[in-house]
Write a protein that binds this ligand. Structure first.
Ligand SMILES: [Fe+2]
Ligand SMILES: [Fe+2]
Length: 325
């Protein structure tokens, strides 16, 4: 592996190469939550006015068939959505993000990284292990509460990311892992931000709140690492990475059609209604709009790294509908 001994960028402040006051602020080091749901009568009481997942942040809830459905149906769909999201989060944290940060910790990328950046990567790895644990525990409890049937297929986004990695050349794989971590970590903070303070069942709210506080630090960290790394890549690596970043951002806006259709029909919607709901989400414009909105922090970090100063990169991203032409 080649190591480039380039000087550190003097204009960078480096302040987010650490995860802040990690010992006192990270969930795994400072929070004592049990993430236990209350007893069923208390859950039923809370569900009179609270939700499992904010309806405003479930894209398909805008469809008339769901708008006209009863509150019980909407709540069950939101519970299905929460369990899917938490199981997806467990896999993402464990199999994707934690693999991605290993590229920083173990010198898998072809450049020298400052020691502080590696220590923060180890802290982030520890955070994600804990997030995977509490997401898993809570998913299991909500699934038990409704006696939900298990959904064994891996989430579509995880499957596509792993397939993309399998198809990559050995030499470029560590950089692809890093880019996937960067996109994932700058997107998840935004997803979680949307979930806080939205009248959620108390345990769910607390779990999202604590996760979000960690993820805000992770998003800043990955943005700073991207800004450090990008100018140090060769032109050919930048060119490959630009295309890969579009693919990755689009994968993170994917809808898992088989799961969603199964969830919708399980509450009594017809197959035709379920297919119509999924089709609307799959329209190219709807997909680009979702991707653009969820990747706002990703695109900002790329802009700060000078990514869009290269005309070819700008053209690629505007053709993909991710930035204005
Ligand atoms: Fe996390
Ligand atoms: Fe994270």
């Amino acid at each position: 592996m080649a190591t480039w001994n380039m000087p550190e960028n003097p204009s960078s402040t480096h302040r987010h190469w650490t995860l802040g006051d990690w010992d006192n602020r990270s969930a795994v080091r400072s929070k004592k939550s049990s993430y236990q749901l209350p007893a069923p009568p208390e859950i039923q009481q809370q569900l009179i006015s609270k939700d499992w997942f904010p309806p405003a942040f479930i894209h398909y809830f805008k469809h008339p068939a769901i708008q006209q459905a009863s509150r019980a149906v909407q709540q069950r769909l939101a519970a299905n959505h929460l369990v899917y999201f938490l199981n997806y989060t467990t896999l993402l944290e464990h199999k994707v993000v934690n693999r991605s940060v290993q590229t920083l910790i173990h010198d898998e990328l072809p450049l020298h990284l400052p020691q502080a950046m590696k220590i923060a990567a180890l802290q982030l790895y520890t955070d994600e292990g804990y997030h995977a644990l509490f997401s898993f525990k809570l998913a299991e409890q909500v699934a038990d509460y409704y006696r939900m049937a298990a959904w064994d297929s891996p989430p579509k986004r995880i499957r596509l990311l792993l397939e993309r990695l399998d198809a990559s050349h050995d030499q470029g794989r560590p950089l692809l892992w890093f880019l996937i971590g960067f996109v994932s970590e700058t997107i998840i903070a935004k997803e979680l931000l949307s979930l806080s303070d939205q009248g959620l069942v108390s345990t769910v709210y607390q779990m999202f709140r604590e996760h979000l506080e960690d993820e805000a630090r992770h998003s800043r960290y990955f943005s700073e690492v991207f800004q450090y790394l990008w100018p140090r890549l060769a032109a050919s690596q930048q060119e490959d990475s630009a295309r890969q970043l579009i693919e990755i951002i689009m994968i993170f806006s994917e809808v898992d059609e088989p799961w969603l259709e199964a969830s919708l029909t399980s509450v009594g919607l017809s197959s035709t209604q379920a297919r119509d709901i999924v089709n609307q989400l799959q329209q190219p414009e709807a997909r680009a709009q979702r991707a653009r909105s969820s990747a706002a922090a990703t695109l900002l970090a790329m802009k700060r790294a000078g990514f869009f100063e290269e005309q070819a990169h700008y053209a690629l991203f505007s053709q993909a509908g991710l930035i204005d032409a």
